[in-house]
Design a protein around this ligand. Structure first.
Ligand code: 3HC
Length: 309
């Protein structure tokens, strides 16, 4: 007992194999960063077309990273990309893909029922020691975790877009998350060369709790006719040092995603209702199918490869 540093006898899980569910922008980014840092990764999605898209996201991002790491050395760049990709497997078979996982990270559609169904199934087929994590940005981790019998081995790992570039990961512990599980998650982030911060299971954790109300107030400034989106963006970039203004960021995150987060929080009722009051400007754009970068039109127009017109 003299040398014991933990109340539990079990040492933190030594994570080698990671399985990521979801091959969209976030899932693919997480797979990439894990593979770049020597983890064996399996990327899972519903069909081969989705997996192909995920692989394309990874390869094009890896090319950028490789060019930066080995400028002027095409051979080293190729070697780095090949080595990283050799650690990435893909699968449409959720059960088989979970058999060897030490850590499962979920980055599928932002829907509580769908996430609960996935985890309830995984709880039955994944090894006992496997840690479960969600990359949700707006749903309570405890609500997802309660679909399983391993709430002590369940937490949140919240990455930021673009995952290969953004240094932060929010590590979310619920009241049930064990110290060992939490320690393992912090360790994984460090091994992925990210900077983890510890968060409680509250709406938006730290970053989105501050960012989303700020973005909503930016919309209200424009709706009240006090400034244009362009001027607000210039103001926040040059006056506050943000890399993107709030309207550029809204287009980048997706206006539908923003609306989904705000509507969810309003219904949940845990944070000040004024902060998440609906804004017609946002609701109208979403109703018109203008979701930002991904649809080609939001507050700004985007052409071809995602450049602003
Ligand atoms: N893969 C790899 N590297 C990438 C990348 C990608 N997909 N996207 C950008 N990068 C790298 C570039 O290679 C470049 O690296 P370098 O500076 O070391 O040479 C660096 O990022 C900057 O990229 P660019 O020069 O092409 O472009 P910018 O300087 O305009 O930066 C940006 C782009 C990194 C996206 C920057 O504008 C930014 O940080 N924006 C804010 C992003 C942000 O706030 N994200 C959080 C959103 S909220 C969220 O994700 C939570 C969710 O739950 C809603």
């Amino acid at each position: 007992a003299l040398f014991s540093t933990s109340s539990s006898a079990m040492a933190p899980t030594n994570i080698k194999n990671i399985t990521v569910f979801g091959s969209g922008l976030m899932g693919a980014g997480i797979v990439q960063v894990a593979a770049q840092n020597a983890f064996n990764v399996t990327m899972v999605d519903l069909n081969p077309a989705a997996l192909q898209k995920g692989q394309d996201i990874i390869t094009s991002s890896l090319k950028r990273v490789a060019k930066k790491q080995f400028p002027e050395d095409a051979e080293k760049q190729k070697e780095f990309i090949d080595q990283t990709m050799s650690r990435v497997k893909t699968s449409t078979d959720s059960e088989a893909a979970s058999k060897d996982a030490d850590l499962i990270i979920e980055a599928i559609v932002e829907n509580l029922k769908t996430k609960q169904q996935l985890f309830a199934m995984l709880d039955k087929v994944a090894p006992e020691h496997t840690l479960f994590c969600s990359n949700t940005s707006s749903l309570p981790i405890a609500d997802i975790a309660k679909a399983t019998k391993r709430t002590d081995r369940f937490g949140g790992l919240h990455f930021f877009n673009p995952v290969p570039q953004m240094k932060l990961v929010e590590v979310i512990r619920t009241d049930a998350t064990s110290q060992d599980s939490f320690d393992s998650l912090m360790d994984v982030c460090n091994r992925m060369k990210k900077t983890p911060v510890s968060c409680k299971d509250t709406p938006g954790f730290i970053v989105n709790r501050l960012l989303v109300p700020y973005m909503m107030e930016s919309l209200r400034i424009v709706e009240r006719g006090e400034a244009t989106p362009q001027d607000v963006d210039v103001a926040m970039k040059l006056g506050a040092g943000f890399p993107m203004g709030p309207f550029e960021l809204a287009d980048f995150v997706g206006l539908d995603t923003m609306q989904y987060i705000v509507d969810g929080w309003r219904k949940e009722g845990k944070i000040d209702a004024n902060l998440v009051a609906p804004v017609k400007l946002l609701d109208d754009l979403v109703a018109q199918g203008n979701f930002g970068r991904k649809s080609g039109q939001g507050f700004y127009s985007y052409s071809g490869v995602g450049g602003k017109k």
